[in-house]
Design a binder for this molecule. Sequence first.
Ligand code: SF4
Length: 230
Amino acid sequence: MELLTAEQLKELQDKWRISKVETILSEAISIFGKDYISFATALGAEGIVILHHLYQMKADIEIFILDTGLLFPETYALKEHIEKTFGIKIKTYSGISLKEQEQIFGKRLWYRNPDLCCFIRKVLPLKKALDGKKAWITSIRREQSLSRANTETIMWDNKNNLYKVNPLAYWTWEQVWDYIKKYNLPYNPLHDKGYPSIGCMPCTTPVYEGEDWRAGRWRGLKKKECGIHQ
Ligand code: SF4
């Protein structure tokens, strides 16, 4: 793949920092080509904002979810609801089955070795999803955690060897919810029950007053990322 020069990358970062989400998305699709860029979502509030933009733009790019087999029933129901409401298909990428994982690594690997579990159920399926792509779009924001504080609207993703476009990098949580309310968009009901960040059932708890957005993920452990972003 032909890489952007350091100057081109910096120029885009500066420009997109103050661009509208639809501008970032349409320029990114035009730079990389619609078959070479895809949108990864866990269907959190931020993901809904980007999905709605893609829907309004009639953007013909792949949208996918990493299905670990351990997502909340609310997340699976939301996926179906969004597919119907927006008339889109959200592709699913998965790793080995939970049964196979148990046979090889034993019961409840997520409690004994969450890094390995995330690697099997998220990192490897993401590699499959991004194979042959030049860029992927995510909905991560700087404000979400310290580990995401340096997120730019476009960056080189060393882990996956392609560009990563983060149109909401500079958005606040309030902006996300203002947008959802303005367009009356569907969202995961767990957000109303204290879950700002929603991952797999065994590794996600609600967040309490004063904690950061990802405090409920792998509660009690230093781990705050599944390995697909950091
Ligand atoms: S979040 Fe938990 S259950 Fe999900 S893949 Fe990671 S360790 Fe496994």
